[in-house]
Design a protein around this ligand. Sequence first.
Ligand code: NAP
Length: 330
Amino acid sequence: MKCIRVETRGNSEVLTCQDIPKPDCASGYLLLKVIAAGINFADIMQHRGTYPLQLPLPYTPGMEVIGIVEVIGGNVTDRRLGERVAAVSFEAGGYAEYITVRPEQAIPLPPEIDAHTALALLIQGLSAYLLLTHAAKIRSGESIMVHAAAGGVGSFLVQLAKLMHTGDVFGTAGTLEKRQKISNWGVDYPINYNEPNWHKTVLEITSGKGIDVIFDPVGGDAITQNLSCLGVEGRFVSYGWLSGNYPALTQTQCQSLLFNNQSVSGFAVNVVMERHPDIVGAALAQLFTWVQMNQLHPILGQVFPLKDAAKAHAAIASRTTMGKVILQVD
Ligand SMILES: NC(=O)c1ccc[n+]([C@@H]2O[C@H](COP(=O)([O-])OP(=O)(O)OC[C@H]3O[C@@H](n4cnc5c(N)ncnc54)[C@H](OP(=O)(O)O)[C@@H]3O)[C@@H](O)[C@H]2O)c1
């Protein structure tokens, strides 16, 4: 079968298209014929070697696929050959014509949800929903800041915030074109984070009150600007480090958190998936319903053929993409 392999750590050129044997379907597993695979920023950090949980080399990247059940392994009940499923696999293997997954990793897809929309919802849409509801426990009317608002998770945070009746939505994006797009999706105040004093602009807009909840996938030095525009009783939720660095807190910042009843917390979608499958099931059902009711419009970005995975990763790394980027396999 055709698949993408990573044999050394490095930039996107380490992704090569190869022919390897189709995997056997062991007892307790399903063999899926992959229709399309989703790309997540973590896939890029993985081959760069900047992801904390490193997959051993060589490996096939890809944490999410839409596929058709082609073989059902022994001891698997209640599954159907030919069923179209969405599957998440944190052990990777999705950039390939076939993947084996455990049945509990594969969710049957409603027929009305097309493969690309499902891929957008699977990790990025789900993460955005859980960031708002599970991590930040957002309350109606609270203002939020969405960094990387034109990206995969960011574009969902913006739309879901409006569906959940938050207050003002601030969003950052690196180009004018992206800032125009995020305004169309629901951002009330598009912010250019390349302006070093963007946090002062936020304080001016909020009459000095600052923001209730900041969602941060960037990390690094921007923690200083972020905390300086976080409101009293505000929550800062860290869920990624696009900058390549974790945020580091100074003693003064810790004091300020205490005296302003603020909190800093972290979020990882895989932890919720492992510990709270019921919450994840309900969240996906809600996302599918909003899409079917035409209330949520996943932003579908570029689609690349499987063999061009390296080009797709280079496009994301160069910050030229918006929304969900997909590899078409079948
Ligand atoms: N913790 C979790 O459970 C979880 C789940 C899903 C995703 N994530 C994290 O969420 C973040 C977003 O993931 P995604 O897959 O949705 O990616 P993405 O946002 O679609 O892609 C990256 C975008 O981030 C922006 N960006 C800002 N600073 C950047 C930097 N220093 N380097 C590169 N891009 C930068 C760029 O937009 P601009 O042009 O506007 O800068 C770029 O287009 C990643 O950190 C990812 O690891 C975490």
